[in-house]
Design a protein around this ligand. Sequence first.
Ligand code: FPP
Length: 274
Amino acid sequence: MQKSSYTTFLFSTPINLCYNNIELIYNGGKMEHTKLKIPTHVAIIMDGNGRWALEKGLSRSKGHEAGFEALKRISEYIFSKGIKVLSIFAFSTENFKRSKEEVNFLMYLFENKFKEYSDYLKEKNIRIIFSGKREKPLSQASIDIMNTVEEETKEKTGGVLNLCMNYSGRQEIVEATKKISTLVQENKLRIEDIDEELFNHYLFQELPPVDFLIRTSGELRISNFMLYQLSYAEMYFPRIYFPDFNSEAFDEAILVYNKRDRRFGGIKNENKSY
Ligand code: FPP
């Protein structure tokens, strides 16, 4: 491109940048800025570790290792943006169908590498909680880590990291239904008192609804993740593999979120004339 065409390009193409929760728009020589809306609850399906590794001629384990490193970096960045709750799909109940070798490696990562990460988050005032069934095939060592970390961080107020392990969204709904039915059967709860808020209370964890779901790698599925909490979430499916998901990719995601028009089933004010 010639110098003059560069100048024309610079002045005619809007440039969007995200800085400190502010969108800077450089348009036709003018700089505008808008305060960005920051979602309260972000959920991430960390997909593409295997493909990332395959494309580099590495083993799937190396892909998961790189995914774990990406999780450490990105979670710190996400909390620094003021997001209150971050839910992460770390291991689904269905993931136990994978080869023994792969499952063992993921469990090894959790049992041996997670402590350093959780200690770091604890220092940063982040509460860590777990969603999913704390039972076999999870190892007792993993279950002990979950119970200890939850206890150790329960007073932290800087944000909540909800790690979903041995998690299934359908199972979460079934389990909540069982807990509520038992209370009704024992005359501790009246059927007429069951509403959406009460139901939410009996899920694995009581959390605000998910505002924004990100699934990396370009797959367009929610794979049994947070079915109850995702009902009005905005969804975003960047093509990037999770190990490459970094602060720039997250800033881009926030810009996408800000372009969405969240109506929750209602209509926009200007369209209200009938
Ligand atoms: C999906 O990619 C990823 C997983 C099933 C596991 C994600 C787990 C981690 C990054 C590990 C660490 C977490 C903790 C808390 C220790 P995939 O393997 O399905 O990718 P593919 O579709 O490209 O094969």
